[in-house]
Design a binder for this molecule. Structure first.
Ligand code: PMP
Length: 353
């Protein structure tokens, strides 16, 4: 830290991204990426677009918003969509826009929420999840400020129902509820249709998971057009050209290849259920997941040991050094071959216990 840094940031603890190793041939199951490459159509579109990199991209991302509105259906229009540099950027802007009454989110959730709350200067409370690892919606509803929930939640993979979100929205129509749907395409139930009725709902989504574009950085905010105007106000005050040309082309390209996305999501869901059954046979406790990862613990072995054992064998998973999470590892769902390798290694580990 230099002596020039604003004192407001002296105690800021940044988010720790999952490891992005340089070693080749590691089976990378630690940051919830897709094991499948981006759609060929998308890659070809981006290759063409690179030739035009001398020109600034469209700050309005108009073509992409129109196409995504069409794919989302439910009467959503381009005016109800904001495009961000990953959904992280959408969340960052939203935390800055809606900080006045403070924030409430579960204590076990996406690790960026407390960081964004902190950097926004807003107060925040972390509401303990219940003993069954589900989100305590009643306690969240009883708070005053902006509520943020990931649905499915991370790192548990567990969902809340649309009815429960509706109850939360109704609990106070004068506060914003942000529903982070980063993992919704793996069996969750989207709330985007609710933005027509609820002007206090902001849904965020990403192309990093189901659409294999984590490296391109493309995320969305879907909400009433007044909320979209708030996000644009901040975006145009910071970085109007937030999405580069290649990423815009990739985004449009994947949306013209929805069959590919659906096929990949089906494969991930099948591999997830297969992996869950196999882990349970080995004595693991596995939370019911509707995402592209599993959160699992073993009664005879802490998460760190599982993580280290797998790491030695060339498989990377995520371990969280945090109360209530130390028993667990979070395992991203990869291909069938990758998951079978994981199960083989865990079979050997559990035989030693
Ligand atoms: N929300 C949740 C719950 C996540 O796990 C992630 C991925 N780390 C994000 C949002 C951000 O994803 P991205 O910025 O890649 O869209």
């Amino acid at each position: 830290m230099s002596r020039f840094l604003d004192s407001r940031y002296h105690s800021l603890v940044p988010y720790t991204p999952g490891e992005q190793p340089k070693i080749l041939n590691l089976i990378k199951l630690n940051t919830n990426e897709s094991p499948f490459p981006p759609s060929e159509k998308a890659v070809r579109a981006a290759e063409e677009e690179i030739k035009r990199m001398n020109l600034y991209p469209d700050p309005e991302c108009r073509a992409l918003r129109e196409k995504y509105a069409e794919v989302l259906g439910e009467g959503i229009t381009a005016e109800e969509i904001f495009v961000g540099n990953g959904s992280d950027e959408v969340l960052y802007l939203a935390f800055n826009a809606y900080k006045e009454k403070g924030f409430a989110f579960p204590d076990i959730t996406y690790g960026f929420y407390p960081v964004y709350a902190e950097i926004s200067g807003g107060e925040f409370s972390e509401i303990p999840i219940k003993s069954d690892y589900s989100i305590d919606l009643n306690k969240l509803a009883a708070t005053k400020g902006t509520v943020v929930i990931a649905n499915p939640n991370a790192p548990t993979g567990m969902t809340v129902t649309k009815e429960e979100i509706i109850a939360l929205l109704n609990s106070d129509r004068n506060r914003i509820v942000i529903v982070d749907e980063a993992y919704v395409d793996f069996g969750g139930e989207s709330c985007v249709g609710l933005i027509k009725e609820y002007d206090n709902l902001l849904v965020t989504q990403t192309f990093s998971k189901s659409r294999s574009l984590a490296g391109a950085r493309l995320g969305f905010g879907i909400a009433n057009k007044n909320i979209i105007a708030d996000l644009n106000l901040l975006k145009y005050s910071v970085n109007p050209y937030n999405i580069n040309r290649a990423t815009l082309a990739l985004g449009l390209g994947v949306l013209s290849d929805e069959e590919y996305t659906k096929k990949n999501c089906r494969a991930i869901m099948e591999n997830r259920e297969h992996t869950k059954r196999e882990l349970e046979k080995l004595g693991f406790f596995v939370l019911p997941s509707k995402s592209n990862f599993l959160f699992a613990s073993h009664p005879k072995c802490g998460g760190e040991r599982v993580y280290s054992h797998l790491r030695q064998k060339g498989i990377l998973v995520r371990y969280f050094d945090k109360d209530r999470l130390r028993g667990f590892v979070r395992i991203t769902i990869g291909t069938k071959v990758q998951m079978n390798k994981l199960i083989n290694e865990l079979t050997m580990l559990t035989e030693e216990l």
